[in-house]
Design a protein around this ligand. Sequence first.
Ligand SMILES: [Zn+2]
Length: 107
Amino acid sequence: MISLLNITILTFKKMEPKLTKALYISSKKEQNEENFGHLSDQCICCGKPMKEGDKLYIHLNTIGEAINPDYVNEINCKELTGAESQGCFPIGNECAKKMLGFTFILK
Ligand SMILES: [Zn+2]
């Protein structure tokens, strides 16, 4: 049996999705950018070139927060997160593990 309190909590959670999350930045990012330079296809978190088969992306707003792709898009970004969309950036599979729920496959 589920108590009424549990239902209330579940409903509340459903209505209050986490819309933004601080972007994980690897301590190796600076070093990697120095080693590899600035590429068009490198992980936003650690600066490593994307590997064959890496196909995840993350959507950032202009203050550098990751935004929840299930709820926020380029049109409602300002309204929901307080800052405009900055677009989508590639993220490596390893770093993506630190940003669960905030990455997606670009179709
Ligand atoms: Zn990375």
